[in-house]
Ligand binder design. Sequence first.
Ligand code: 5GP
Length: 118
Amino acid sequence: PTEPASEPTIFERIIAREIPADILLENERLIAIRDIAPQAPVHLLVIPKTAQHRTVAELAAADPELLTELVATAQRLADEYADGDFRLVFNSGAGAGQTVFHVHAHVLAGSLAEGSLA
Ligand code: 5GP
């Protein structure tokens, strides 16, 4: 049988420049891109480069410093691309809507006070 979990995810292919993306920020550990299907006026993704962690809980357990850096990066992006206010969303598991099993944070910003998340 095939093992889908071992195949590169879309984010690994973006990190490897095999697929184009609007890259806003990148360092040795993280990359930030615009979501291809925005659910808010500003919808960015902050993605650890390592493909080791599928969910935020796995990342938190294995590398809390990287999770902390991810949160700080989300704030920096919200400062730069919005007014500094943002929602940070991690879908964990298919039942919660996770479709890419390489941990990533959704940074949602812009005129969200009256709305609910899709
Ligand atoms: P999830 O549902 O796993 O939490 O979020 C995956 C996100 O990745 C979705 O919001 C989806 O729009 C985004 N996405 C999927 N494929 C691509 C792509 O090729 N490029 C970009 N920039 N975003 C993508």
